[in-house]
Design a binder for this molecule. Structure first.
Ligand code: AMP
Length: 283
Protein backbone atom coordinates (compact mmCIF):
# COMPACT_ATOMS: atom_id res chain seq x y z
CA UNK A 1 0.00 0.00 0.00
CA UNK A 2 1.21 3.52 -0.68
CA UNK A 3 0.81 6.77 1.22
CA UNK A 4 -2.56 8.47 0.75
CA UNK A 5 -2.55 11.37 -1.73
CA UNK A 6 -1.62 14.52 0.22
CA UNK A 7 -3.43 17.69 -0.85
CA UNK A 8 -2.44 21.08 0.55
CA UNK A 9 -4.58 23.50 -1.43
CA UNK A 10 -8.32 24.11 -1.32
CA UNK A 11 -8.60 24.28 -5.12
CA UNK A 12 -7.20 20.77 -5.58
CA UNK A 13 -9.33 19.48 -2.73
CA UNK A 14 -12.50 20.91 -4.32
CA UNK A 15 -11.56 19.50 -7.74
CA UNK A 16 -11.11 16.05 -6.17
CA UNK A 17 -14.41 16.18 -4.33
CA UNK A 18 -16.60 17.56 -7.15
CA UNK A 19 -17.18 14.19 -8.91
CA UNK A 20 -18.00 12.50 -5.58
CA UNK A 21 -20.58 15.16 -4.83
CA UNK A 22 -22.04 14.85 -8.33
CA UNK A 23 -22.69 11.15 -7.63
CA UNK A 24 -24.27 11.93 -4.26
CA UNK A 25 -21.54 9.94 -2.47
CA UNK A 26 -21.18 9.79 1.30
CA UNK A 27 -18.03 11.72 2.19
CA UNK A 28 -16.47 11.28 5.64
CA UNK A 29 -14.06 13.73 7.24
CA UNK A 30 -11.80 13.05 10.23
CA UNK A 31 -10.30 16.35 11.44
CA UNK A 32 -7.05 15.97 13.42
CA UNK A 33 -3.99 17.90 14.48
CA UNK A 34 -1.72 15.01 13.52
CA UNK A 35 0.66 12.97 15.70
CA UNK A 36 -1.78 10.19 14.94
CA UNK A 37 -2.35 7.35 17.40
CA UNK A 38 -4.84 4.49 17.62
CA UNK A 39 -7.53 6.89 18.92
CA UNK A 40 -7.41 8.88 15.68
CA UNK A 41 -7.16 5.69 13.63
CA UNK A 42 -10.33 4.31 15.26
CA UNK A 43 -12.18 7.34 13.84
CA UNK A 44 -10.73 6.66 10.39
CA UNK A 45 -11.86 3.04 10.63
CA UNK A 46 -15.42 4.06 11.50
CA UNK A 47 -15.46 6.60 8.66
CA UNK A 48 -14.26 3.96 6.21
CA UNK A 49 -17.09 1.63 7.29
CA UNK A 50 -19.80 4.24 6.71
CA UNK A 51 -18.60 6.33 3.79
CA UNK A 52 -17.80 6.04 0.07
CA UNK A 53 -14.87 8.46 0.40
CA UNK A 54 -12.80 9.45 3.41
CA UNK A 55 -10.75 12.61 3.94
CA UNK A 56 -8.41 12.88 6.94
CA UNK A 57 -7.23 16.39 7.74
CA UNK A 58 -4.12 17.43 9.64
CA UNK A 59 -3.89 21.05 10.73
CA UNK A 60 -2.28 22.25 13.95
CA UNK A 61 -4.68 25.13 14.34
CA UNK A 62 -2.93 28.18 15.84
CA UNK A 63 -6.29 29.81 16.56
CA UNK A 64 -7.17 27.21 19.20
CA UNK A 65 -3.92 27.47 21.17
CA UNK A 66 -4.10 30.05 23.92
CA UNK A 67 -0.47 29.39 24.91
CA UNK A 68 2.32 29.97 22.34
CA UNK A 69 4.63 27.42 24.03
CA UNK A 70 1.92 24.76 23.73
CA UNK A 71 1.58 25.51 20.01
CA UNK A 72 5.36 25.43 19.59
CA UNK A 73 5.81 22.11 21.40
CA UNK A 74 2.82 20.37 19.80
CA UNK A 75 4.18 17.24 18.07
CA UNK A 76 4.36 17.41 14.25
CA UNK A 77 4.90 14.05 12.57
CA UNK A 78 3.35 14.30 9.10
CA UNK A 79 5.51 11.65 7.46
CA UNK A 80 4.81 8.94 10.01
CA UNK A 81 1.13 10.03 10.14
CA UNK A 82 0.84 9.39 6.40
CA UNK A 83 2.46 5.97 6.96
CA UNK A 84 -0.06 5.06 9.67
CA UNK A 85 -2.92 5.88 7.31
CA UNK A 86 -1.66 3.60 4.52
CA UNK A 87 -3.60 0.53 5.60
CA UNK A 88 -6.91 2.40 5.63
CA UNK A 89 -6.82 3.29 1.96
CA UNK A 90 -8.31 6.75 2.50
CA UNK A 91 -8.97 9.00 -0.48
CA UNK A 92 -7.23 12.19 0.64
CA UNK A 93 -4.96 13.41 3.40
CA UNK A 94 -5.67 17.15 3.46
CA UNK A 95 -2.85 19.16 5.07
CA UNK A 96 -3.54 22.86 4.54
CA UNK A 97 -0.96 25.39 5.72
CA UNK A 98 -1.61 28.50 7.83
CA UNK A 99 -2.20 30.97 4.96
CA UNK A 100 -4.54 28.45 3.27
CA UNK A 101 -6.75 28.38 6.37
CA UNK A 102 -6.23 31.98 7.52
CA UNK A 103 -5.34 34.14 4.52
CA UNK A 104 -4.23 37.74 4.92
CA UNK A 105 -7.13 39.79 6.28
CA UNK A 106 -8.98 36.81 7.78
CA UNK A 107 -11.53 38.39 10.13
CA UNK A 108 -14.30 35.90 10.95
CA UNK A 109 -14.83 33.83 14.08
CA UNK A 110 -17.45 31.23 14.95
CA UNK A 111 -18.48 31.46 18.61
CA UNK A 112 -20.77 28.92 20.28
CA UNK A 113 -22.19 30.46 23.42
CA UNK A 114 -23.00 28.68 26.69
CA UNK A 115 -21.39 25.30 26.09
CA UNK A 116 -18.01 27.05 25.80
CA UNK A 117 -18.23 28.89 29.15
CA UNK A 118 -17.43 25.88 31.34
CA UNK A 119 -14.79 23.14 31.71
CA UNK A 120 -11.94 23.65 29.21
CA UNK A 121 -13.62 26.80 27.93
CA UNK A 122 -13.28 28.44 31.34
CA UNK A 123 -9.57 27.59 31.52
CA UNK A 124 -8.54 28.16 27.91
CA UNK A 125 -9.96 31.52 26.77
CA UNK A 126 -10.65 31.57 23.04
CA UNK A 127 -9.84 27.89 22.59
CA UNK A 128 -13.30 26.80 21.47
CA UNK A 129 -13.72 29.81 19.18
CA UNK A 130 -10.62 28.50 17.44
CA UNK A 131 -12.02 24.99 17.32
CA UNK A 132 -15.49 26.02 16.10
CA UNK A 133 -14.01 28.30 13.45
CA UNK A 134 -11.56 25.79 12.02
CA UNK A 135 -14.05 22.91 12.13
CA UNK A 136 -16.71 25.02 10.37
CA UNK A 137 -14.13 25.80 7.68
CA UNK A 138 -13.13 22.14 7.32
CA UNK A 139 -16.79 21.10 7.05
CA UNK A 140 -17.35 23.64 4.29
CA UNK A 141 -14.06 22.92 2.52
CA UNK A 142 -14.55 19.15 2.44
CA UNK A 143 -18.32 19.21 1.84
CA UNK A 144 -18.41 16.08 3.98
CA UNK A 145 -21.72 14.39 4.75
CA UNK A 146 -20.32 12.73 7.89
CA UNK A 147 -17.74 13.85 10.45
CA UNK A 148 -16.02 11.70 13.08
CA UNK A 149 -14.98 13.11 16.46
CA UNK A 150 -13.74 11.42 19.63
CA UNK A 151 -15.67 11.39 22.89
CA UNK A 152 -12.20 11.88 24.41
CA UNK A 153 -12.85 15.59 23.79
CA UNK A 154 -16.46 15.46 24.92
CA UNK A 155 -17.04 19.18 25.29
CA UNK A 156 -15.55 19.77 21.84
CA UNK A 157 -17.86 17.11 20.38
CA UNK A 158 -20.95 18.80 21.84
CA UNK A 159 -19.79 22.23 20.67
CA UNK A 160 -19.14 20.97 17.13
CA UNK A 161 -22.59 19.35 17.04
CA UNK A 162 -24.23 22.59 18.14
CA UNK A 163 -22.21 24.68 15.68
CA UNK A 164 -23.16 22.47 12.71
CA UNK A 165 -26.81 22.50 13.73
CA UNK A 166 -26.93 26.25 14.34
CA UNK A 167 -25.21 27.09 11.05
CA UNK A 168 -27.29 24.59 9.01
CA UNK A 169 -24.21 22.74 7.81
CA UNK A 170 -25.63 19.50 6.40
CA UNK A 171 -23.33 17.02 8.13
CA UNK A 172 -23.85 14.21 10.61
CA UNK A 173 -21.42 14.46 13.53
CA UNK A 174 -20.54 11.02 14.93
CA UNK A 175 -19.18 10.73 18.49
CA UNK A 176 -16.74 7.81 18.78
CA UNK A 177 -15.54 5.98 21.92
CA UNK A 178 -12.30 6.92 23.67
CA UNK A 179 -9.41 4.57 22.92
CA UNK A 180 -7.11 3.92 25.88
CA UNK A 181 -3.66 2.52 26.56
CA UNK A 182 -3.60 -0.84 28.36
CA UNK A 183 -3.21 0.94 31.71
CA UNK A 184 -6.30 3.08 31.08
CA UNK A 185 -4.65 6.35 30.05
CA UNK A 186 -6.69 7.94 27.25
CA UNK A 187 -4.58 8.07 24.09
CA UNK A 188 -3.53 11.62 23.28
CA UNK A 189 -0.88 13.26 21.12
CA UNK A 190 0.14 15.11 24.29
CA UNK A 191 1.13 11.83 25.97
CA UNK A 192 4.29 12.02 23.83
CA UNK A 193 5.33 15.02 25.94
CA UNK A 194 5.20 13.09 29.26
CA UNK A 195 8.46 12.11 30.94
CA UNK A 196 8.88 8.41 31.81
CA UNK A 197 8.09 9.21 35.41
CA UNK A 198 4.98 11.25 34.60
CA UNK A 199 3.81 8.51 32.24
CA UNK A 200 3.67 6.13 35.22
CA UNK A 201 1.48 8.55 37.19
CA UNK A 202 -0.74 9.58 34.27
CA UNK A 203 -3.26 6.66 34.42
CA UNK A 204 -4.26 7.77 37.94
CA UNK A 205 -6.62 10.28 36.34
CA UNK A 206 -8.73 7.57 34.71
CA UNK A 207 -8.47 5.32 37.80
CA UNK A 208 -9.80 8.11 39.96
CA UNK A 209 -12.68 8.75 37.58
CA UNK A 210 -13.60 5.06 37.56
CA UNK A 211 -13.48 4.97 41.34
CA UNK A 212 -15.77 7.99 41.64
CA UNK A 213 -18.12 6.51 39.03
CA UNK A 214 -18.49 3.40 41.17
CA UNK A 215 -19.35 5.49 44.21
CA UNK A 216 -21.90 7.47 42.22
CA UNK A 217 -23.46 4.16 41.15
CA UNK A 218 -24.00 3.29 44.83
CA UNK A 219 -25.92 6.55 45.31
CA UNK A 220 -23.27 8.81 46.86
CA UNK A 221 -23.81 12.46 45.87
CA UNK A 222 -21.00 13.76 43.67
CA UNK A 223 -20.48 16.76 45.97
CA UNK A 224 -19.13 14.36 48.61
CA UNK A 225 -16.71 12.72 46.17
CA UNK A 226 -15.27 15.66 44.28
CA UNK A 227 -12.80 17.21 46.77
CA UNK A 228 -11.32 13.90 48.00
CA UNK A 229 -10.80 12.76 44.40
CA UNK A 230 -9.01 16.00 43.50
CA UNK A 231 -6.85 15.68 46.62
CA UNK A 232 -5.88 12.09 45.78
CA UNK A 233 -4.84 13.20 42.29
CA UNK A 234 -2.68 15.96 43.71
CA UNK A 235 -1.17 13.53 46.22
CA UNK A 236 -0.38 11.19 43.33
CA UNK A 237 1.67 13.88 41.58
CA UNK A 238 -0.77 15.92 39.51
CA UNK A 239 0.25 19.52 40.14
CA UNK A 240 -3.09 21.16 39.46
CA UNK A 241 -6.53 19.70 38.90
CA UNK A 242 -8.33 22.35 36.82
CA UNK A 243 -11.69 20.66 37.09
CA UNK A 244 -13.22 17.37 38.12
CA UNK A 245 -16.97 17.61 37.56
CA UNK A 246 -20.11 15.71 36.70
CA UNK A 247 -22.20 17.33 33.98
CA UNK A 248 -25.21 16.52 31.83
CA UNK A 249 -24.36 15.28 28.34
CA UNK A 250 -26.70 17.57 26.45
CA UNK A 251 -26.17 21.03 27.94
CA UNK A 252 -23.13 20.39 30.17
CA UNK A 253 -24.95 21.69 33.25
CA UNK A 254 -23.57 20.62 36.65
CA UNK A 255 -25.15 17.58 38.31
CA UNK A 256 -24.85 16.14 41.80
CA UNK A 257 -26.59 12.89 40.85
CA UNK A 258 -26.96 11.28 37.42
CA UNK A 259 -30.64 12.08 36.94
CA UNK A 260 -30.03 12.10 33.18
CA UNK A 261 -27.19 10.87 30.92
CA UNK A 262 -24.02 12.42 32.30
CA UNK A 263 -20.23 12.45 32.12
CA UNK A 264 -17.49 12.81 34.65
CA UNK A 265 -14.98 15.21 33.13
CA UNK A 266 -11.53 16.16 34.35
CA UNK A 267 -8.52 18.23 33.33
CA UNK A 268 -5.27 18.16 35.26
CA UNK A 269 -1.63 19.12 34.86
CA UNK A 270 1.10 16.54 35.20
CA UNK A 271 4.74 17.63 34.92
CA UNK A 272 3.88 20.54 32.64
CA UNK A 273 1.45 18.58 30.44
CA UNK A 274 -2.29 19.22 30.52
CA UNK A 275 -4.31 16.00 30.32
CA UNK A 276 -8.08 15.70 29.93
CA UNK A 277 -10.40 12.71 30.19
CA UNK A 278 -14.05 11.87 30.70
CA UNK A 279 -16.26 8.82 31.20
CA UNK A 280 -19.97 8.15 30.84
CA UNK A 281 -22.21 7.99 33.92
CA UNK A 282 -25.50 6.25 33.25
CA UNK A 283 -28.64 7.51 35.04
P1 AMP B 1 -6.68 15.97 17.95
O1 AMP B 1 -5.66 15.56 16.94
O2 AMP B 1 -6.21 15.85 19.37
O3 AMP B 1 -7.29 17.31 17.64
O4 AMP B 1 -7.86 14.93 17.85
C1 AMP B 1 -8.50 14.69 16.63
C2 AMP B 1 -9.71 13.84 16.87
O5 AMP B 1 -9.32 12.60 17.45
C3 AMP B 1 -10.71 14.48 17.83
O6 AMP B 1 -12.02 14.22 17.39
C4 AMP B 1 -10.42 13.75 19.12
O7 AMP B 1 -11.53 13.71 20.00
C5 AMP B 1 -10.09 12.37 18.61
N1 AMP B 1 -9.32 11.62 19.60
C6 AMP B 1 -8.20 12.03 20.23
N2 AMP B 1 -7.80 11.11 21.13
C7 AMP B 1 -8.69 10.10 21.06
C8 AMP B 1 -8.84 8.85 21.75
N3 AMP B 1 -7.98 8.47 22.68
N4 AMP B 1 -9.89 8.07 21.42
C9 AMP B 1 -10.77 8.45 20.47
N5 AMP B 1 -10.70 9.61 19.79
C10 AMP B 1 -9.67 10.42 20.08
Amino acid sequence: MSHPPILRGLDELRATIAPWQAKGARIGVVPTMGALHDGHLSLVELAKKDCDHVIVTIFVNPMQFNNPDDLESYPRTEHSDAGKLERFDIDVLYVPDGPQMYPEGFASTVTVQGLTDVLCGAHRPGHFDGVATVVAKLFLQTAATDAYFGEKDFQQLQIVRRMARDLDIPIKVHGCPTIREIDGLAMSSRNLLLSDRARVTAPRLYEEMERVAQEIATGTPFSQLQAPAMKRLEDAGYTEVEYFEMRANDDLSLLDAPTRPARLLAAAWLAGVRLIDNIAIEP
